[in-house]
Design a protein around this ligand. Sequence first.
Ligand code: ADP
Ligand code: ZN
Ligand code: MG
Length: 501
Amino acid sequence: MYQSFIGLEVHIHLLTKTKVFCGCRSAFGDEPNTNVCPVCMGYPGVLPALNIEAMRMGCMVARALNCRIPPRTWFERKQYFYPDMPKNYQISQFASPLGQEGYLDLEDRGIRGGGRGESPKRVRIKECHLEEDAGKMIHTGTVSLLDYNRAGVSLLEIVTEPDMETGEDAEIFIQQLRRMVRYLGVCDGNMEEGSLRADANVSINLPGKGLGRKVEIKNLNSSRFVRLALNHEIVRQGERLDAGKTVVQETRLWNENRDQTEPMRTKENAQDYRYFPEPDLPVFEPDKAFLASVEAALVELPVPRMRRFETDFGLSPEQADLICDEKAQADYFEATVTAAVQRGMEKRDAAARLCNWLLTDIKHLLSREGLSPRDLPSFTLGPGRLAALAALVARGEVSLKNAREAAEAVLAEDKDPEIIIRERGWERIADPEKIAQTVNSVYTAEAAVFEEVRSAHTGGNTKRANTLTAYLVGKVLSASGGRADPGIVRSQVEALIAKPA
Ligand code: ADP
Ligand code: ZN
Ligand code: MG
């Protein structure tokens, strides 16, 4: 058996409104070559200027990844020639990146079987550096088209040490990082559109022999492909070593149609990028105010939040994972539980009911309205309204069925649930005399069934008797529009059965 080593280089597009060194709009999907200017097109004599928002967002990610922000950070020119990069060099960071020597503990979700481990696997972060993206090449038939809208867009590269061992580790790393940057609001995490891209490096060696000769797999645009490509590569490299061959140090690509990695180019020696300090940008020395603004922008991260939802609210790891998938949804959930507690519900009871409600009914309502969990902050059925409904159900004042209908009506009419319920007359009926009227009318209509229950009882056919009793209780409930208290209905129906006709 071999030991395997995996290191990732993840690029994320920062959600800055403008590009990293010029004022051009930074947006996906605009008309090609409309968001360009002399700076990002690399005209001679122009001056780049650092977008401070990009630096702030980069530092937020660095802090969330437990990195050190150095007192001085600067930019270098990375020279290479490629048509998607009009300047023929990329402004990047080399000697003093904005984030250094951090770590991310891989979340053991405990839902992949086997329960939660005691010590999570720690992946060291080598660095986070800020750079500019290149343009986009579109190859069609015999021509290649260039779109420079992406040239100069703020890109943060996160480089890990080779601390992961399996494709699964790398997949969890990416998913966790993705959720983290979305929580921070610095990246939309859209891998299909290329807002989050990963290069995966992998080598294998005999145990105790240290790192092997690495292969780099470029441009993986889904976390699943990261897992598949790495696991495929680990097997492929093992087969080579088993056969007495060596692994060629090269760059490979994942072919998703053939489920295998394929060579792209060999990379025997490190390419010489002739890095040198960017003369047109000053060294950046983060001052107290800047660092304070970074701290102020940090939020509770997804993993600690999930753990808190488990311990405070009694959610299962699976529930916490689903609720915390989206920050807006976790916020909505928490606000609703708080509002329900203010209405007298017990915290864990409220959390359990609302979790179910959120993951089923609310989810359906959202998708029916063409909304996503990210739209929850402006959802018509806000936390206060949902909490009010949950409290009414918990106190037995409204049936769950009516509460569900009320939720729909709140959405349709933008009114508070209490008003809807009063207007519809959906308050639960707990007055025994009112219920007795309905029970009596069912008694008249279903006299034969009542008689059949009695004879079933006398004949010792309990099963039949129970089935028919349930039927009668159901009749009364539906005759009351689902509003009569089921406990009272049942005892009245049973009393009538016990009474000889
Ligand atoms: P390069 O100079 O080829 O860019 P780096 O040292 O910058 O290499 O590392 C790039 C990525 O490759 C990092 O994520 C690192 O963890 C990973 N890496 C480096 N060496 C190995 C190796 N022998 N096996 C697996 N991963 C490696
Ligand atoms: Zn520009
Ligand atoms: Mg490198």
